[in-house]
Design a protein around this ligand. Structure first.
Ligand SMILES: [Zn+2]
Length: 244
């Protein structure tokens, strides 16, 4: 598999730093996972060529560019109907409530997924587990050719970690906070240190941090995660590509 980081900024985008979005590929299978603002223009392929789209949850920093992709796919030179979109039912309801009309609904084929579900997208098997977030959110585990990529989505410490990150070859984990979890009123995100601890406990082989908000120094986040992971830690930045 191959991971292309389209955007990684936490909570909102910044100049040159789109919000959450990744392209996960295996052979001819190309899945756009989270369509946060700014990630449409960062896609290395035309949006009508994606095999499917996965959206982890309804917070706008994870899906707004689905509306941008709708215009490109519907009104661009190669219109396409029925691009499969997999997301929690509450996310689908939310997206259709804001962006929905007949053309929008025809451009995409919305399919609800829940924690415990496993689906096949082309050459990739994708398993979902509920994360520990303030709205229904699916973390995901991607498997192809015996390799495993894990994505935490947005989550607090209580995620179903063994179903997501166990022995993952690459674990992409959110790290919205720095320092001590107790300093934060909203408990549905992770400190960088906790991301490292979870990755170590689950036996993840590599850890990459993402969803760091624009106002934090990511170098500090990486340092905190390396201390708890006890190994070097990668940082998700736009344009970064990793073979898994
Ligand atoms: Zn969120």
């Amino acid at each position: 598999m191959r991971l292309d980081v389209l955007g990684s900024s936490g909570t909102y985008p910044a100049r040159g730093r789109p919000a959450a979005g990744y392209l996960i590929s295996q052979g001819d299978t190309r899945v756009w996972c989270d369509t946060g603002p700014g990630t449409y223009v960062a896609l290395p392929i035309e949006s009508e060529l994606v095999t499917a789209i996965v959206i982890s949850h309804e917070h706008p920093d994870h899906w707004l560019d689905l509306v941008t992709a709708f215009h490109a796919v519907c009104y661009g030179p190669n219109p396409r109907q029925g691009i499969p979109v997999f997301a929690p039912q509450s996310t689908i309801d939310h997206v259709l409530g804001i962006g929905g009309d007949d053309q929008f609904e025809g451009t995409f084929d919305f399919n609800p997924v829940a924690g415990g579900d496993t689906i096949q997208i082309g050459e990739i098997d994708v398993g979902f587990a509920w994360s520990d977030h303030s709205v229904p959110t699916v973390a995901s585990r991607w498997e192809a050719n015996g390799r495993v990529f894990a994505y935490s989505a947005d989550t607090g410490p209580g995620g179903d970690w063994d179903k997501i990150a166990a022995e993952a070859d690459l674990f992409l984990c959110e790290a919205s906070y720095q320092g001590d979890m107790a300093d934060y009123a909203y408990q549905h995100h992770l400190t960088a240190s906790l991301a490292g601890t979870i990755a170590r406990r689950q036996g993840a082989k590599k850890l990459m941090l993402t969803h760091i908000p624009p106002h934090l120094d990511p170098t500090l986040s990486v340092n905190e995660a390396e201390t708890s992971f006890d190994r070097p830690v990668d940082l998700a930045v736009p344009g970064l590509t990793r073979k898994i």
